[in-house]
Ligand binder design. Structure first.
Ligand code: GTP
Ligand code: MG
Length: 582
């Protein structure tokens, strides 16, 4: 839980002030029953109106003062807890962003969302609870005990029996509660995960008429959440009333013994009233303490889950050496955009079995267009993920511009490279904003140019508000091919040295694809281009084609060379020819 230290440092001062105010508040609460007893036993018993008024005035003053303290304390506690919550969320978000793919892969995405929202809220609530109840409840409890014992020792025997019973109840409650709260949290994760999957695949669900399956899946998650939550609240609903009952029996006992005492003239009426008042305060504070503990238990579970993210160490060490070596690189412009793979093998972390890439060696020269082809699952996407260092190689090395990617400052390295990922991802916002993602300060002309090369201009112009048309929520939806072209424009506007297209024209028709390729060629004479594709026609005229098969590089060369000596390539070629003939 060491991640909490930072916030303790930041907020200890207002937190302490709130606690001081709480103490004053509690003291005020403690004084009242005793004063009341005196009003009854002295003022009322002797019919001394002046005394009643004087003490009544004092009571009012104390109550008023307590109320002022409570109000200010409430201001402070909400300030501290809200700011703390916002800080924690922001830090967690930043941490998640800083993690490498390898780290993120370990977490279920839905659980990251619950960690950012629900778990942070639990800790925030607990902090707020601390400032409302923390010192007050124990103070009230112990203070009331002392005041009650001072008031009447005989009646206190009842307390000596009742307080331990209630303490045991509270401890039992916590013991049973902790594992259940963790289960509830997990069930919330589950519901979120099912919901997220459903929403991202809603079209598929509809296309395959899988409503019932999805409803059953959601039903299971929902049922689990219901039953865990019910078991928690059932437990709560047993323990709460049990405590109240025990305390009420105790009050009856006090009244009963007290009644005898009054009859014998040993005890005064006011004393009994004050005593029961203190008892109610004790009960009240004990319940508060048990509530804080429940909050604590939930917050502890949440803090553990947040801590898991914070303690995730980014093993992708960003050495930041780039700046020192930059000079060298700039002196030899020939290496701008060069990529070298030396005996690269790669295994996804946690995956068993054979490596996804096996002993791969090749070079892309500056300005070259290199095609990568291979059956699905052969490792094409995994291969290009190594260039911007989304993942680190398991063996061998990847060099960009003559330097190992692990020696670069990540920002510099990724600044050179633009990737159009296989799964297009656009963000809520206008079309222009989405393209500008590639380069924050891109001018309007640059955006238009990128859109033109990506053959996106025609449909952008046809959109209701051109470049200012909103995408996603509240805006228009694009077709798969249109989305792909926007992602290409987004990559182009970055003006990278290396452009990687991962099956980025798969949803674009052949004529448009040919146009994109043509304008790309004119635009990017010096740009190194890696084009992953399933279609031979897309890369037929590339300077070099790499053929992947089951993680191995089984061929490399031009179309003609490969047609002559690469069997896998020939097979792909003929299978596609066949299709075209049909
Ligand atoms: P297509 O995109 O379908 O043409 O395939 P590809 O050639 O791009 O294959 P890719 O590189 O995505 O996958 C190669 C192998 O790696 C496959 O066997 C996948 O199961 C595996 N793989 C891909 N991504 C991951 C991942 O994130 N984690 C793990 N453990 N395995 C992965
Ligand atoms: Mg792929």
């Amino acid at each position: 839980m060491s991640f909490l230290k930072k916030y303790a440092k930041k907020y200890w001062l207002p937190f302490s002030v709130a606690v001081i105010f709480l103490t004053i508040e509690a003291t005020a609460d403690l004084l009242l029953p005793t004063i009341m007893a005196q009003i009854i036993d002295v003022g009322v018993a002797n019919r001394d109106m002046d005394y009643v008024l004087k003490m009544g005035g004092i009571m009012l003053l104390i109550t008023g003062f307590g109320a002022i303290m409570a109000t200010s304390r409430n201001f402070i506690s909400s300030y501290v807890s809200q700011n703390f919550g916002a800080d924690l969320r922001a830090d967690l978000f930043r941490k998640i962003q800083s993690l490498s793919f390898q780290n993120i892969d370990k977490f279920d995405r839905a659980s990251l969302i619950t960690r950012l929202t629900n778990d942070v809220t639990q800790i925030q609530n607990f902090t707020n609870g601390l400032m409302r109840i923390f010192v007050r409840a124990p103070l009230l409890c112990i203070g009331s005990l002392i005041m009650a014992v001072r008031l009447n020792l005989d009646l206190s025997i009842v307390l000596a029996i009742v307080v331990p019973i209630i303490a045991i109840l509270i401890i039992l409650n916590m013991r049973l509660g902790f594992p259940r709260f963790i289960k509830v949290q997990k069930a919330i994760d589950w519901v979120n995960r099912v919901m997220r999957e459903y929403l991202s695949g809603v079209r598929v669900v509809k296309a395959f008429n899988q409503f019932n399956f999805e409803i059953t899946k959601f039903g299971q998650a929902n049922l689990e959440l219901k039953s865990t939550s019910t078991s928690v609240s059932r437990m709560m609903s047993i323990f709460g009333p049990m405590m109240v009952t025990v305390m009420n029996i105790a009050i009856v006992a006090v009244l009963w013994f007290g009644g005898y005492g009054v009859q014998n003239g040993n005890i005064q009426v006011g004393e009994i009233i004050a005593f029961t008042n203190y008892m109610i305060q004790i009960l009240f504070s004990l319940r508060m303490i048990s509530m804080v503990f429940i909050m604590f238990v939930r917050a502890k579970a949440s803090a553990g889950r947040i801590s898991e993210v914070f303690s995730e160490e980014n093993r992708m060490v960003d050495t930041g050496d780039f700046l020192d070596k930059k000079g060298e690189n700039q002196q030899s412009p020939n290496t701008k955009g060069q990529i070298d793979f030396h005996n690269v093998s790669f295994t996804y972390e946690g995956a068993s079995g054979e490596p996804v890439l096996k002993n791969i060696t090749f070079t892309c020269l500056p300005g070259e267009t290199v095609g990568v082809i291979g059956s699905t699952g052969s490792g094409k996407s995994s291969l290009i993920n190594l260039i911007p260092r989304f993942y680190d190689v398991s063996e061998g090395s990847v060099e960009v511009d003559g330097m190992d990617v692990r020696e670069y400052n990540l920002k510099e390295l990724r600044g050179k490279i633009a990737v159009v990922p296989q799964q297009t991802m656009l963000f809520t916002g206008t079309i222009a904003e989405n393209i500008r993602w590639g380069k924050e300060n891109a001018t309007e002309d640059e955006i238009k140019r990128a859109a033109a090369i990506a053959e996106a201009e025609s449909f952008i112009k046809a959109a209701p508000e051109g470049y200012d048309t909103l995408l996603g929520q509240g805006g228009i939806n694009l077709s798969g091919g249109q989305k792909q072209r926007l992602s290409i424009a987004r990559a182009l506007v970055k003006q990278p040295e290396i452009l990687i297209l991962d099956d980025s024209t798969s949803a674009v028709d052949l004529t448009t694809e040919a146009k994109i390729k043509k304008s790309l060629k004119e635009y990017a004479v010096e740009l190194t281009c890696i084009i992953i594709t399933q279609r031979i026609s897309s890369i037929k005229d590339a300077d070099k084609i790499l053929v992947l098969d089951d993680g191995k590089l089984v061929g490399s060369g031009t179309h003609e060379q490969l047609m002559a000596d690469c069997q896998v390539y020939q097979e792909i070629h003929y299978s596609q020819m066949g299709k075209e003939v049909l």
